[in-house]
Design a protein around this ligand. Structure first.
Ligand code: ADP
Ligand code: GLC
Length: 488
């Protein structure tokens, strides 16, 4: 099949979270299954042209696209996804993408991704490449199916193009005022109370993506069920209920070329399940670097995260002083809401002997935290899939997670499996209640178990032997592409 894959961030070119990891890996595995894949992303000013050998496409030249009543000019650049033959197409429009960051709070945020979506279509036309599937990801690409089926309906080239819309996070829907209808040139008769382009008086890009795509999926089986409920659907639950028979859940995979402690070039000491002492060297290295005394018998708890409510930091805040009284050391890497950044900065300031905090985004340190920590904490309020807990399993860093979304599908509680009479297959520690108390008692349970060395090793090895390859996920995606094509 021919597949165009559109996303607002793709690793290693631009990344704020897991979407980039997915978009940088999944297309390669889909291509390996014998498909032709072209990836599309915006060309932000921080995308490194030289490092990735990104070439300007002279034969395409300047492309005019009208957004918000003004003609903007865009250009195409191309490269290959690293270690592959998969082509990546960069939509270059400095007016919208020279902003120093992937997402902004600028008043024309809607226009940025209107331009991107129209840009993908304009490029496909000029490449004369008619995809069987356009795979859209999150709200930034939500308008693509509507544009193809309406604004560009005149082009017979897309007659046999079907859409898969993947929801990576329903908490971000692309909600804009009704002015976006004009900016995007969406037919006005689609915008009325309860209409396909409207939700609560606003334009909702994700709703449009859901309604105009043949098939919809999200990134774990549990989250696919959760988003049908008011608790997790963020207002889109009834729209998803109506499309329930076309909604699937496919668990994300891991790019083990990037995330494997046996080959990870970003960590100082490599290790394997049979050589776990390499992991301890990483712990020593990290603690020394952050000026905390190394003591093998004290567990190091790691956090790598966007610091937003989604990730459960409200309940961390509820019990923060009790957490700091535990006999444990802490390493937090993250950035996001200022209230959480301040909370962690205060923790580091008041507990400098046991807690290190790095506020910011740093890929190298994220690998080191995975490698050095004994426990990885992810108490999410909701989690569509979550990648860090899966990386943690591979790094022998035992995850302590709330049982929601993809966390529920990837981490098995050690005691729960045992007490249910099962084998000793547990890989971590989980809790259900979204409360500081549940988080605290589960962490205490993990720390107690940490001191029982043989059991801890068993849990580590259980996790390290789990395989979440993209190959399996890619096969499931291919299945959905075929389902989508059949619906035309
Ligand atoms: P989400 O996409 O919701 O942020 P995921 O767990 O799916 O959550 O993916 C997060 C990705 O972003 C992981 O690859 C993680 O290592 C990375 N990441 C998050 N915060 C940081 C940070 N401050 N520095 C470096 N990498 C980060
Ligand atoms: C989102 C979700 C995260 C998921 C990632 C990649 O950002 O918050 O849970 O792993 O997308 O699908």
């Amino acid at each position: 099949m021919k597949i165009a894959f559109a996303a607002s961030e793709v690793y290693p070119f631009a990344k704020t979270g897991g979407l980039a990891d997915v978009a940088g890996a999944l297309p390669k595995d889909i291509a390996k299954l014998g498909n032709e894949v072209k990836v599309f992303m915006p060309k932000y000013n921080f995308v490194d042209e030289d490092k990735y050998d990104i070439k300007y496409c002279w034969d395409i030249g300047e492309i005019p696209v009208r957004v918000n009543g003004t003609i903007r000019f865009m250009h195409l650049h191309q490269a290959k996804l690293p270690n592959s033959n998969v082509e990546i197409n960069f939509i270059d429009c400095p007016h919208y993408f020279f902003r120093g960051q992937v997402y902004t709070n600028d008043p024309d945020e809607d226009e940025r991704f209107i331009l991107f979506s129209k840009g993908v279509i304009e490029v496909l036309q000029r490449l004369k490449w008619a995809p069987d599937i356009i795979h859209c990801n999150d709200w930034q690409t939500g308008l693509l199916p509507l544009f193809v089926k309406d604004n560009y309906k005149w082009d017979r080239m897309f007659e046999h193009t079907a859409f898969l819309f993947t929801i990576h996070n329903i908490g971000y829907q692309g909600i804009f005022s009704s002015k976006s209808i004009f900016a995007a040139e969406i037919r006005e008769d689609l915008f009325y109370p309860g209409g396909p382009a409207e939700l609560n008086g606003d334009v909702n890009f994700m709703k449009i993506g859901i309604l105009f795509s043949e098939i919809i999926n999200t990134v774990s089986p549990t989250y696919a069920k959760e988003i049908l409920t008011p608790e997790y659907g963020a207002g889109l639950e009834s729209i998803l209920q109506a499309r329930k028979s076309d909604l699937y859940g496919i668990l994300n995979g891991v790019d083990y070329k990037t995330w494997d402690p046996a080959n990870d070039k970003l960590i100082p000491f490599r290790y394997t399940p049979d050589y776990l002492s390499g992991k301890i060297h990483n712990k020593k290295y990290l603690l020394e670097h952050f000026q905390i005394d190394f003591d093998e018998s004290i567990p190091l708890i790691g956090i790598v995260s966007r610091l937003v409510s989604q990730k459960g930091f409200d309940i961390v805040g509820d019990v923060i002083s009790r957490l700091m009284n535990l006999e444990a050391q802490w390493m937090v890497l993250g950035s996001g809401d200022s209230k959480f950044e301040e909370m962690f900065n205060a923790i580091a300031h008041n507990n400098s002997d046991k807690a290190a905090v790095y506020i910011g985004y740093n890929n190298e340190i994220s690998h080191l935290v995975e490698a050095a920590s004994d426990i990885f904490l992810m108490p999410s309020l909701y989690e569509p899939c979550g990648l860090n807990q899966i990386y943690s399993l591979k790094y022998g860093t035992v995850p302590v997670v709330r049982k929601t979304g993809g966390l529920n599908d990837t981490v098995q509680d050690w005691h729960e499996v045992k007490s249910a009479g099962g084998e000793e297959t547990g890989t971590g520690f989980t809790f259900e209640d979204y409360s500081g108390h549940a988080l605290y008692t589960t962490l205490v349970r993990a720390i107690d178990t940490f001191h029982n060395k043989p059991v801890w090793k068993k849990i580590q090895k259980n996790g390290m032997s789990r395989v979440y390859s993209w190959q399996n996920a890619a096969e499931s995606y291919l299945d959905l592409y075929q389902k989508a094509a059949l619906k035309l």
